[in-house]
Design a protein around this ligand. Structure first.
Ligand code: PLP
Length: 370
């Protein structure tokens, strides 16, 4: 059986280094807001090419805190609109609605699977305050035109980098392309911790300062509370682990790219469509999505033949029960490309421990499907 994600094998690749890092924390007796977080924050800011990295408890908090801080700064207010791709994980949308902001769902393109930048300007209204892009599946969702649109309309450009660690646009890393970016270190991400963890990167010093306070009960000075804050901090254990994993991120991503090249070269089945390859694209392949009109039959067939898969994601956000009766989610909302992706998508094994031998067997099974 080829697992979709063998976290044990991934962890054991550098098991001794992780054990040493965890031991260091245990022996220090210091578990929050210490040197490990300081070190990872400095290293990850440097890696992304930003001035500030603020570690937080998870990716959803990172997303939420960016917009919450913009509200505290008077840049956004209740009822303002944020443009966001309609095909994303629910957390991106939750972060917007939890802030009493309104998500304006924009279709992706079928070729790119990312937000259709040509449709962003028509979605802008006087209430629009920001664009939240999501680099879904490890693929860049940014281009220069988007940067220009945001400047022209004075919109904050925010990035959901939960699936794009290490991905870059013309040499600039995701996390440094806009005004602020949220990162998730959920164990299954390209850069994953041993539990929930996340971070915000930005080069806006004031924003960083507000986020840091909000994530620490709203306090900048011990026992003095400026904001109605929350507790969203990263454990020293996770920071120590992430510092180890960050060293191997580029190498891990290179392996994913090799695996993807193999899939592109060898998967050949009229019932399966591969994502359109874009020349010179920097893709870190968080997932390798394939598409089939007979997706559910294909998934069962693969399981029977020893290949574990997962659907990312079976139900699009605008069809979720939690958003059934909200004002922005009008029933006539027509998002055919989003719905098509959610109906056809299936992710096959893609990570740093899937070998070319295993890829060969996966391809054999895929190509025999009819
Ligand atoms: C994983 C993920 C998140 C949420 O991150 P958590 O750390 O699990 O809260 C947000 N957005 C996207 C696109 C994700 O894949």
């Amino acid at each position: 059986m080829v697992k979709l994600l063998d976290l044990q094998a991934i962890t054991m690749q550098h098991g001794e280094e992780y054990k040493a890092a965890v031991n260091r924390v245990i022996e220090s007796g210091w578990f929050l807001q210490g040197n490990e977080n300081k070190s990872f924050e400095a290293n990850y800011a440097k890696y992304t090419g930003t001035d500030e990295c603020i570690t937080v408890a998870n990716g959803l908090d990172a997303l939420y805190l960016i917009m919450r801080a913009y509200k505290e700064m008077g840049i956004m207010q209740d009822g303002d609109e944020i443009i966001v791709p309609a095909n994303t994980y629910i957390a991106t949308i939750l972060a917007i609605t939890k802030n009493n902001l309104v998500p304006i769902l924009v279709e992706p393109t079928w070729e790119h699977l990312e937000i259709d930048i040509d449709r962003i300007e028509e979605a802008i209204t006087p209430k629009t305050k920001g664009v939240m892009i999501v680099h879904l599946y490890g693929r860049i969702a940014y281009n220069d035109k988007l940067g220009e649109i945001c400047k022209k309309h004075n919109l904050k450009l925010m990035e959901d980098c939960a699936q794009s660690h290490g991905c870059a646009w013309k040499g600039v890393k995701t996390g440094a392309l806009g005004d602020a970016a949220a990162h998730s270190f959920y164990p299954g991400k390209n850069l994953g911790a041993f539990g929930d963890a996340g971070a915000v990167t930005t080069s806006d010093k004031e924003l960083a300062c507000v986020i840091r306070a909000l994530a620490n009960y709203g306090s900048q000075k011990k026992y003095v509370f400026k904001y109605v804050g929350m507790n969203s901090r990263m454990s020293e254990l996770d920071a120590a682990v992430l510092d180890v994993k960050l060293k191997y991120l580029d190498e891990d991503n290179a392996h994913r790219q090799k695996l993807a090249a193999y899939y592109y070269e060898h998967i050949n089945n009229p019932f399966i469509t591969l994502p359109t390859q874009i020349p010179d694209e920097n893709n870190v392949y968080h997932q390798f999505p394939i598409f089939s009109e007979r997706r559910d039959v294909l998934q069962a067939y693969l399981a029977e033949n020893g290949v574990q898969t997962l659907i990312h994601y079976p139900i699009p956000p605008h069809h979720q029960e939690c958003y059934a009766n909200v004002e922005w989610n009008i029933p006539q909302l027509s998002l055919p490309i989003t719905e098509k992706i959610h109906k056809l998508e299936l992710s096959i094994p893609m990570n740093q421990v899937v070998t070319i031998e295993e890829a060969k067997s996966i391809v054999g099974v895929l190509n025999a499907f009819y």
